[in-house]
Write a protein that binds this ligand. Structure first.
Ligand code: NAD
Ligand code: TDX
Length: 336
């Protein structure tokens, strides 16, 4: 099978490429990635000679048309992915997430290629801490941030292209991923690399917010399950019953790294901060037979900490610029 993987030099996309070549070695993988600040070919170390790597933009219609024409399936990970950045500068989110997805859909439509759209649970907005219902495939869209609004927009384009043009497309909406090769701007790697640097972790507000953590390999196995066995035109939610509060995550990172669990700083909260995400993945489990392999968040987190300790050469180049961006975000928020 010839797979075109967009965003394959980013966190989830690069793990998808590694896992695909491990578990389905016959797959012929082409990666299309613009190598923004969030992408690096170092994330494909060890497999670069087994893939075709194309540096380019998913909104480049000519390039996208050429690559899609040659593929059996397109798996679309490329996106601007960080909520905090979308508060400072939403423009690239609209361009990559909305216009980029539109560009792919037009190419997929022209060439009749199977398309899988990787999306997020954030399109559903947030839940109260005591909401008895979790997100399901029937939850109405209600995004909060520029990031999640552009992801919601891209999902709706896919749904419209299915209905209007009969596209062979599926969508998966997953909860928060963790694991190796995640950019240090994101919550867990930021705190792990802070602790390695002797800097106290930064918790937004009181840390009451809850995220539903899933290991990136479990997410990527779900993506293949949907590509292989999902019904065209359908949406599947992906989650591993991994709800943990942010305060507890920070304390666990510190504890696992041999530090005082109370050795963190509380900083200005994120504007519009979603309170809680939680996924009901019954459909994926029952209809497609998927289940997660990482049973315990604690064990998965410990393995992730080991990875960051062993791979400083991978993350060190990102760290300074990321913390400078956070200092600017705090300044902007502080003036409100
Ligand atoms: P990431 O920011 O780590 O990687 C994004 C990749 O896309 C980078 O390699 C970047 O260079 C590339 N890219 C950005 N703009 C591009 C463009 N215009 N053209 C081509 N390539 C471009 O993101 P991630 O965390 O790996 O997320 C991947 C996908 O999964 C996204 O669509 C995101 O919305 C979705 N998702 C992420 C999570 C999560 O917890 N990280 C959860 C659910 C869904
Ligand atoms: O320094 C921090 N301190 C902190 O308390 C950072 C960076 C984050 N947080 C909080 C904010 C969130 O409640 O931690 C939680 C997780 O933050 P992020 O890692 O930025 O993730 P989130 O905003 O939940 O979005 C993630 O999951 C859904 C991904 O970045 C998205 O791409 C995905 O769609």
């Amino acid at each position: 099978m010839k797979a075109l993987v967009t965003g394959g030099a980013g966190f989830i996309g690069s793990n998808f490429v590694h896992r695909t070549l491990q578990t389905r070695p016959d797959t012929d993988v082409t990666v299309l990635d613009a190598l923004t600040y969030a992408g690096s070919t170092t994330s494909l170390d060890g497999v670069l000679d087994r893939v075709r790597f194309v540096e380019g933009d998913v909104a480049d219609a000519g390039l996208v048309d050429r690559l899609v024409r040659e593929a059996d399936v397109v798996v679309h990970f490329a996106a601007e992915s960080h909520n905090d950045n979308s508060l400072l500068d939403p423009g690239p989110f609209v361009r990559t997430n909305v216009v980029g997805t539109f560009t792919l859909l037009e190419a997929v439509r022209a060439h009749g290629v199977r398309y899988h759209h990787v999306s997020t649970d954030e399109v559903y907005g947030d839940l109260e801490l005591d909401d008895p219902e979790r997100f399901t495939e029937r939850t109405p869209y209600n995004p909060s941030s520029p990031y999640s609004a552009t992801k919601a927009g891209s999902d709706l384009l896919v749904r419209a292209w299915v209905r209007s043009f009969g596209l062979r497309a599926t969508i998966s909406n997953c909860s928060n991923n963790y694991g190796p090769r995640q950019h240090v701007e994101k919550f867990i790697p930021r705190q792990i690399t802070n602790v390695i640097d002797g800097v106290r972790p930064k918790l937004y507000g009181a840390g009451l917010n809850v995220r539903d953590w899933i290991h990136v390999d479990d997410h990527n196995d779900a993506v293949w399950a949907v590509v292989d066995r999902g019904e065209a035109g359908e949406t599947y939610l992906v989650g591993a019953d991994g709800e943990v509060g942010n305060l507890e995550v920070v304390r666990l990172v510190l504890e696992l790294m041999g530090e005082d669990p109370d050795g963190f700083d509380q900083v200005t909260d994120r504007a519009g901060h979603d309170l809680r995400y939680a996924i009901d993945a019954t459909r994926l489990r029952t209809e497609l037979g998927w289940s997660p392999h990482y049973a315990s968040f604690r064990d998965g987190l410990a393995a992730t900490i080991d990875w960051y300790r062993a791979n400083e050469a991978w993350w060190r180049p990102q760290k300074e610029a990321t913390e400078a961006r956070y200092a600017r975000t705090q300044q902007v928020l502080g003036r409100r």
